[in-house]
Design a protein around this ligand. Structure first.
Ligand code: HEC
Length: 453
C-alpha cells in the first residue's frame, strides 16, 4: 500500500530484535536532525500514550482495530510499536489514511487527513525510537461495536443463504432477496454492509423493494440467483436494470452511511432488501454471506435521503489512450440538498469530477478524486449544499487505458461499459435530501413552479 513497503516492513519487524535497534536509531538520528529545527528546544519527544494514540484513535482505528478492514490493529502499544517507522513513512507520504479528494476542491466531513503538526509528531515519535510514555496520559479507549463502524445496529439483515464462490473465473452478478419482516415503516439513520468474505467482494448494492414494487417478483426469495438463471425475459431484464431506491453501496474501503440529524433513508413496512453482489475470484474457493446493519432514527426525520446517479454507459475507450474523458450531465427536476458523492469506475479509472454548471456555462468543481480502484470512498460535503430545481450537474471521468496503468488488464482493447472489472463503468452516485414525504419517482416529476406575477 505504502510503496517502499518491503523495506519498511523489514525494518519494522526487525526493530523488535536487538540487532535492528541500531538501524532504527540511525534512522532516528537522521530524522531527528532534520526535524530538530522545527521542534521547541527542550521539548520532550512525543510519546505513544500522550501524542500518538489520540491520532491513531481519530484517524486510523476505524480500520486498524480488531475486526477492522486493515490487517493489523493499532490499538495497544505492543501492536503499534513494530510498525512505528512504517506508520511514520505512510503518514508523511500521505498514503495513510487513504483519501483521494484533491484538496483544492470542496471540504468533506469525513476527511481523515492528518494535519502537518500531527504528521510531524508521528515522525518525531518514530525517530525517537517510538517511546511508550506514561499510560496514565492515554486518552480513554474508543469503543467499537464489534466489527461495526456505526453504533450497535438495531437490526441486522443477512442473506439467508451463503453464496459459494469458485476459485477462478468471472462470477455473474449474484442477487439475493431478503424479506425484512418490518411491520412498520423504518427510517434508517445509519447503515453498514459487511461481507463475510470481503476479499471476494468487488462491490455490493443493497436496494429497497417496497411491497408494491413489481421488480424481480418472479425471482426466488432467500437464495442466491443470477440473471441467466431466471426463467423469463422480463425477470432477466429486471436483474439488469432497476429504478429502485438504493439503501447503501459497498466497495473496498467505502464508509458506512451516517446521515446528519433530521435526515434518514426510508424503508417502507413489508419491504425486501435486494442484495446485488459483484464477486471476484482470487484462486481460492470461498463462501460469502453478506449482511447489512441498520440503526433507526428515533423519530421520523424531516428529510428523506435519496441516492441518485449520473451514469454514462455509451463510451468506447480507445486502446492505449492514457487520459480518455467521458462526461454526463443531468438537470435536477426539483429542489434538494446535496450531501455526498461516491464515484465508481473500474480498473482503468483515473480521475473523477463532480461539477455544477452555472447558467452562462461557468463550471464549479465540487469534488475531484484521484481515483484508486482499490479504495472506493464516499465523500460527504462538510456543508450540505442546497440546489434549486433546474441546477445542472455534471460528472466527468478520465480513464487510463495505456500500458503505464499498472492495473490495466488489456491496453490493446477498446473498452465498453460492462459488469466485469475488465469492462468499464462510469457512475457518479450522489445523495440528496428531499422532503420526507417525497420518494424517488416523485422527485423526478418536475413540479410546476409558481411564477410570481
Ligand atoms: C479506510 C481504512 C484505513 C484507514 C482509515 C487507515 N488505514 Fe492503514 N491500512 C488499511 C489497509 C486495508 C491496509 C492494508 C493494505 C495493504 O497493505 O495493501 C493498511 C496498511 C497500513 C500500513 C502498512 C503499509 C505497508 O507497508 O504494508 C500502515 C503503516 C498503515 N496502514 C498506517 C495507517 C495509519 C498510521 C493510519 C492513520 C493515520 C491508517 N493507516 C489509516 C486501511 C486503513
Amino acid at each position: 500500500m505504502c510503496g517502499a513497503k518491503t523495506a519498511l516492513r523489514k525494518n519494522a519487524t526487525l526493530a523488535i530484535g536487538a540487532q535492528a535497534a541500531a538501524a532504527v536509531l540511525l534512522v532516528g538520528t537522521a530524522v531527528l536532525a532534520a526535524e530538530g529545527a522545527a521542534r521547541q528546544p527542550g521539548s520532550a519527544a512525543p510519546t505513544f500514550y500522550r501524542d500518538v494514540l489520540p491520532i491513531l484513535q481519530n484517524h486510523c482505528q476505524g480500520c486498524h482495530r480488531p475486526l477492522g478492514i486493515a490487517p493489523m490493529p493499532f490499538v495497544t502499544y505492543g501492536e503499534t510499536r513494530p510498525w512505528a517507522s512504517s506508520i511514520a513513512y505512510c503518514v508523511k507520504a500521505k498514503k495513510m489514511p487513504p483519501w483521494f479528494a484533491d484538496p483544492r476542491y470542496g471540504r468533506f466531513s469525513g476527511d481523515p487527513s492528518l494535519s502537518p503538526a500531527e504528521i510531524a509528531s508521528v515522525g518525531a515519535w518514530a525517530a525517537a525510537g517510538a517511546p511508550a510514555g506514561d499510560p496514565r496520559g492515554a486518552p480513554p479507549p474508543r469503543h467499537w461495536a464489534g466489527g461495526w463502524s456505526i453504533s450497535q445496529p438495531d437490526t441486522i439483515v443477512q442473506m439467508p443463504a451463503a453464496v459459494k464462490l469458485p476459485a477462478h473465473g468471472n462470477v455473474d452478478y449474484t442477487y439475493e432477496i431478503v424479506p425484512t419482516g418490518f411491520t412498520r415503516d423504518a427510517w434508517v439513520r445509519m447503515s453498514q454492509i459487511r461481507p463475510s468474505s470481503p476479499q471476494h467482494v468487488h462491490h455490493a448494492v443493497v436496494y429497497v423493494r417496497p411491497p408494491d414494487s413489481k421488480w424481480l417478483r418472479q425471482a426466488p426469495t432467500g437464495v442466491p440467483f443470477t440473471a441467466s438463471s431466471l426463467p423469463d425475459a422480463q425477470s432477466r431484464r429486471d436483474a439488469e436494470w432497476t429504478d429502485s431506491d438504493i439503501l447503501l453501496v459497498y466497495a473496498p474501503g467505502s464508509s458506512p452511511d451516517q446521515w446528519p440529524a433530521g435526515m434518514a433513508k426510508f424503508v417502507p413496512a413489508g419491504s425486501d432488501l435486494v442484495f446485488q453482489m459483484h464477486y471476484i475470484t482470487n484462486g481460492h474457493t470461498a463462501s460469502d454471506q453478506t449482511r447489512i446493519g441498520l440503526v433507526f432514527a428515533k423519530q421520523p426525520p424531516g428529510e428523506r435521503v435519496l441516492t441518485l446517479e449520473l451514469t454514462n454507459d455509451r463510451f468506447v475507450i480507445p486502446p492505449g489512450v492514457d487520459d480518455y474523458r467521458v462526461e454526463v450531465h443531468g438537470t435536477l427536476p426539483n429542489d434538494c440538498t446535496l450531501l455526498s458523492f461516491f464515484p465508481h469506475l473500474h480498473l482503468r479509472g483515473k480521475r473523477f469530477e463532480y461539477n455544477l454548471v452555472h447558467p452562462g456555462g461557468s463550471i464549479e468543481t465540487l469534488l475531484r478524486v484521484n481515483y484508486d480502484f482499490y479504495w472506493q470512498l464516499s465523500y460527504r460535503l462538510a456543508q450540505p449544499r442546497f440546489l434549486k430545481a433546474g441546477t445542472e450537474l455534471q460528472a466527468v471521468a478520465w480513464f487510463n487505458n495505456s500500458r503505464n496503468n499498472p492495473h490495466n488488464p488489456d491496453p490493446g482493447a477498446a473498452v465498453h461499459w460492462g459488469d466485469q472489472t475488465s469492462d468499464e463503468m462510469m457512475v457518479g452516485f450522489f445523495d440528496v435530501a428531499v422532503p420526507a414525504s417525497m420518494d424517488k419517482w416523485q422527485f423526478f416529476v418536475r413540479r410546476p413552479r409558481t411564477v410570481p406575477k
